[in-house]
Design a protein around this ligand. Structure first.
Ligand SMILES: Cc1cc2nc3c(=O)[nH]c(=O)nc-3n(C[C@H](O)[C@H](O)[C@H](O)COP(=O)(O)OP(=O)(O)OC[C@H]3O[C@@H](n4cnc5c(N)ncnc54)[C@H](O)[C@@H]3O)c2cc1C
Ligand SMILES: Cc1cc2nc3c(=O)[nH]c(=O)nc-3n(C[C@H](O)[C@H](O)[C@H](O)COP(=O)(O)O)c2cc1C
Length: 751
């Protein structure tokens, strides 16, 4: 086979040596614009796990690479004058130049031809090759020449960074955070040989400009950074090597191959340096491509196999890298606000993939310290003892809202059961909520319960507008209080334009075939094109609905609920005022966020004024509409701030369901970043909800300060005893009801 690799970086060289090693008959040329010893940058870093695949692919280069490694296992975080250390991370660094030397030598040994100082501008010269490999890095010419086929997408990130070196031998992977009169600076530093370290400085563009670095050449940059970090560098110098300020591009391509041309490494995809995986991905691509080709058969088929094999792993890493780079872009939010140990947890778990449990396996001492700190804070906040001889897992610490004290941090999310008759809850609701309260969650929120008959979503929705409703709810609340330690809340709502529809299992959001009732909303816009047209509320409608909320709140108090949640999410009536997609009013209730928030806040104030001062209130919001022109996270922070000022105790942060053509980005804990942002920027406690699936998720979220309470919906449908089972797995003793004490002698068998 005649193979040409455009680019002699890690991807091009490693792929070429693997192919030549597999079949010396291949004719392989690497075309590289630089000289052999001419490289940008300083060191690269690999995790221990990555190295195993290198060993399998080529023992010789593996032995040489690892022989040149600087190893470390600790991460040091310098923050507000303290240094926090987390161990057990297992990294190794090597100079990029050393790595390239090793790969170049190995290529030469095997007979790969490398043409240095050859700039490729046009692919015509390689038209007769059997395979053309685009391993030409982030600004790939190969990708550019076939942009129509590869469909690249390049997302230029807003932060500025510069890649420097230093003679200071950092003995851990080190993050430095420092505030100056210009703003906040972040450094990612690690040693890659006995006496040299990589030193990447990153900051926001406004800080960079305020410091005059937009006008600085390499020498001025060096002088500025040496002065700023004089204490940390302890007299050591910084080193430059084409150290220009850059912005990071996240590169993606819809396709990685076209006919006999294929993209590898940075040409195909990039992952932010804060998760240090660019070279690892490049080499793993090379291994996967070589393996696919060595299976024989058509080249095009092998390229398709390579892409199919690699894409899921690469996309997973890119998603983690995206969350990680977001943390660094927005960390002004945490700096100075979080105590050092929580700041460290927030940093270490930033990609939402390293968790409380992972960290415990790596460094149990560090996590024990985190848990002790967290329990101490919880004890102070709740004014309640955490209990037990040992420090509780974070999820089993108390939390106070006004006079209501929750015994742990797990909440059952409100979930419509569509099983009521004209609004009256029945035995299904008693068993549904009762069993989840016995299951150990500290707070059970009863389903969306409507303040009027016309405010229901479906004929099966529960209500709080007739005396029978109050009595039926009281029976359930009394049971929860008698049978468990759980508190119980009611979620009050009006369905607005999403009302008069079928039950979930009969066609969610679809209009009823018959027996419809009239709808109201912020504006006269139907939900689906074929949904009923709602009436835009006039002032008398607004007065009437507000009074219905007040009536329902009074009834909820009589029924004995401990807390009220107002539903201002998911496109229902109050949410329809907040989103610009559903509110196109021209009066004082439409237009600016101030105006759109006016009516929901009026309802909140009216309910708050009749709800007992000792009992808390929460509001559930959609923090983004996931739609063009809709509500975004900035608006959500603004709205949350107003809610806090009006006396809202905690905000449940959900997203979407405002419009049917939303484009949500789902994933692990996908709504938690919104909770994190609102909690810190609006300075209000939050409950996070959405794809929380393990006790480790809960402990990670809490200790990193991303929310105060964790809410599970489907997790609790799957397992009503979710909290009890989480306690068992963590060895935490959660008292059982008297009727069930004999379970103490029972051990579930795992086989
Ligand atoms: C600040 C920073 C820090 C990083 N830190 C790490 C880290 O710690 N760990 C890690 O794993 N990765 C790190 N990376 C990423 C890493 O550098 C890349 O992901 C990795 O080098 C990708 O390898 P590659 O072979 O695909 O591309 P490259 O290494 O970019 O190689 C491409 C090669 O193609 C050549 N070339 C380009 N165009 C042409 C042309 N037209 N004609 C001829 N030759 C051409 C280039 O000269 C280059 O040698 C970092 C990146 C940055 C920016
Ligand atoms: C069957 C069902 C009914 C729901 N009903 C409500 C509701 O009444 N009120 C509400 O705010 N959210 C409701 N939701 C949304 C959940 O409360 C929660 O926000 C969402 O399911 C995400 O959490 P999860 O990933 O843990 O399921 C419902 C979800 C389900 C699955």
């Amino acid at each position: 086979m005649r193979i040409v690799s455009i680019g002699g970086g890690p991807a091009g060289l490693y792929f070429s040596l693997l192919m030549k090693k597999a079949d010396p008959g291949h004719d392989i040329t690497v075309v590289e614009r630089n000289r052999a010893d001419d490289t940008f940058g300083f060191g690269v870093v690999f995790s221990d796990a990555t190295l195993e695949s290198f060993a399998e692919a080529d023992r010789e280069s593996y032995a040489e690479i690892t022989g040149n490694f600087a190893h470390w296992d600790a991460i040091d975080i310098h923050y507000r004058g303290e240094v926090l250390t987390s161990r057990g991370h297992g990294f190794a660094g090597i100079a990029r130049q050393r790595l390239l030397d090793i790969l170049q030598r190995r290529c030469a040994e095997l007979g790969v031809r490398v043409e240095y100082q050859t700039e490729v501008g046009d692919l015509a010269a390689y038209a007769d090759a059997d395979l053309v490999v685009g391993a030409d890095g982030v600004n790939s010419v190969v990708r550019g020449r076939h942009a129509g086929e590869f469909q690249p997408h390049v997302d230029w990130r807003p932060n500025k960074f510069v890649w420097l070196g230093t003679t200071f031998p950092f003995d851990a992977f080190t993050f430095l955070f420092k505030a100056s009169e210009h703003g906040l600076w972040r450094v990612h530093a690690y040693r890659y040989d006995a006496s040299t370290s990589t030193f990447i400085l990153e900051t926001t563009e406004p800080t960079w400009r305020r410091a005059g670095l937009d006008q600085a050449d390499e020498d001025r940059t060096l002088a500025f950074v040496e002065l700023l970090f004089a204490d940390e560098l302890r007299g050591h110098r910084l080193l430059k090597n084409r150290s220009f300020w850059r912005s990071f591009p996240t590169v993606k391509n819809a396709a990685w191959h076209h006919k006999n041309i294929v993209l590898l490494g940075d040409a195909a995809h990039t992952a932010h340096f804060s998760i240090g995986s660019g070279t690892k991905l490049a080499i793993e691509d090379a291994i996967a491509l070589a393996r696919a080709l060595q299976r024989g058969g058509e080249v095009e088929k092998a390229l398709a196999d390579y892409e199919e094999d690699r894409r899921p792993e690469v996309e997973r890493l890119q998603r983690a890298a995206q969350v990680s780079l977001g943390w660094f872009e927005e960390m002004e939010r945490y700096h100075g606000r979080l105590e050092p140990i929580q700041f460290a947890m927030s940093l270490l778990t930033r990609s939402l993939r390293v968790t409380h449990e992972n960290l415990k396996t790596r460094d149990s001492r560090f996590v024990a310290e985190v848990d002790r700190w967290f329990a101490g804070r919880a004890e102070q906040q709740a004014r309640a003892p955490v209990g037990g001889a040992r420090t509780p897992p974070p999820m089993f610490t108390p939390f106070r809202l006004r006079e209501m004290v929750l015994s742990n941090r797990v909440v059952v999310s409100p979930m419509c059961q569509y099983s009521a008759e004209d609004g009256t809850p029945n035995d299904w609701h008693l068993v549904n909520l009762g069993s989840r309260a016995v299951g150990g969650a500290a707070l059970v929120i009863a389903e969306m319960t409507d303040v009027s008959r016309e405010g229901r979503i479906t004929p099966g929705c529960t209500g709080m507008y007739r005396p029978e409703h109050q009595a039926a709810w009281k029976r359930i609340v009394d049971f929860v209080h008698a049978a468990s330690a759980a508190q119980v809340a009611l979620q009050l709502a009006h369905a607005g334009r999403k009302g008069s529809t079928r039950r979930l299992w009969e066609g969610m959001d679809e209009p009823l075939p018959e027996g419809n009732w009239p709808l109201v909303s912020a504006s006269a816009l139907p939900y689906l094109p074929h949904s009923q047209m709602p009436k835009a509320m006039d002032r008398s409608d607004m007065d009437a609905v507000r009074e219905e909320f007040v009536r329902a709140a009074r009834m909820a108090e009589q029924a004995g609920f401990d807390m009220l949640e107002l539903h201002m999410a998911h496109g229902y009536l109050l949410a329809s005022f907040i989103s610009p997609l559903t509110n196109v009013r021209r009066d004082e209730y439409g237009g600016t966020l101030e105006n759109r928030a006016r009516y929901p806040l009026e309802v909140f104030d009216a309910v708050r004024s009749v709800w007992p001062a000792a009992k808390p209130m929460s509001v559930k919001i959609s923090a983004t509409d996931w739609a063009e022109g809709g509500l975004d996270a900035d608006d959500a922070v603004g709205f949350a701030r107003r809610l806090r000022e009006h006396g809202c105790d905690i905000i449940t942060v959900s997203t979407g369901q405002t419009v049917p053509d939303q484009k949500p980005v789902y994933g692990r804990l996908y709504q938690t970043p919104f909770s994190d942002r609102i909690r810190h920027e609006a300075d209000v406690p939050t409950m996070t909800v959405g794809n929380i699936a393990s006790y480790d998720d809960v402990n990670s979220i809490l200790t990193a300060g991303r929310a105060d309470l964790c809410v599970l919906a489907r997790g609790h449908l799957y397992d009503p005893y979710w909290t009890r089972h989480a306690a068992y797995e963590q060895g935490w003793d959660l008292p059982w009801p008297d009727q069930y004490v004999s379970v103490k002698g029972f051990t579930p068998r795992e086989d």
